[in-house]
Design a binder for this molecule. Sequence first.
Ligand code: C2E
Ligand code: CA
Ligand code: CA
Ligand code: CA
Length: 274
Amino acid sequence: KAAGRGRYVFFAEHMDDSIRHRLDVERDLRAALAAGDEMRVLYQPLYSAQAGKITGAEALVRWHHPQKGLMAPSTFIPVAESTGLIEPLGEWVLEQACEAAVTLPLDSISVNVSAVQLRNTKFAERVFEILDLTGLEPSRLELEITETSFIESAATCQPNLDLLRKSGIRIALDDFGTGYSSFSHLCHFDIDRIKIDQSFVNAIDVREGGSAIIQAIVDLAKASGMQVTAEGVETSEQRSFLQKAGCNSLQGYLLSRPVPLEQLTGMLVRSKGI
Ligand code: C2E
Ligand code: CA
Ligand code: CA
Ligand code: CA
């Protein structure tokens, strides 16, 4: 035992910082999921581009680490994905979001799904169980999937996607434009919505031709029967361009940051006058 412990110390001291960080995150994340009180879900509203009404909200997970404080998803989602912890974490977020949406006057609730989850042949079944448990209509759930997960595992994900869509759940292609050969995916998969990545939205005011690219994306998506959401809207110039370009909905700090459920409820009560 002593030798083992000695070896561990030796290893730990010489371990690359990033590996140590990953192991720390994995251990703490496991504990957090077991304890169940360090994770929170924030909701960022989606606004209809024309009327400016809140039509939906995206669930975004937060981790309040007891020592490290608030951790951004970019610090722990990759670790969760490589350790399989994304499955319990993702299901927890989905259950929270569905439970919240049942009582909210929203058309739909959006939840991010990792490619790792989609590759599990039981994924669609788990989603249906959570819908049953919470009582949310499948048509009010939208799952956001990144392009890279389509490319990396199109064949393994397809049976899940077919089952999900058949039930009425909608599929959104997240971070659209950041993967390669994006446009070919529009033809190959049944997708209900694309979410234009914030890097394109940023390019509206900084890069010549940035707005032409967005217009082309919107036109193509709409011609293929898809809805279009622009994310990362930060300026009123961006908003007015995206409205004119024909986006269906907008999301971004200009309109609202991700907020706790109570705050979203308050915003909905005020905007609907109920
Ligand atoms: P995403 O799905 O692309 O989510 C949008 C991210 O952009 C969120 O960051 C959001 O807070 C941020 N954002 C929204 N509006 C603006 C804006 O106007 N300007 C800027 N600069 N940023 C804006 P967040 O919450 O840190 O999440 C980062 C990523 O982590 C998400 O990107 C998503 O890929 C992943 N993620 C978050 N929650 C979950 C989850 O429950 N499951 C999975 N699998 N991934 C999640
Ligand atoms: Ca998303
Ligand atoms: Ca996105
Ligand atoms: Ca993103």
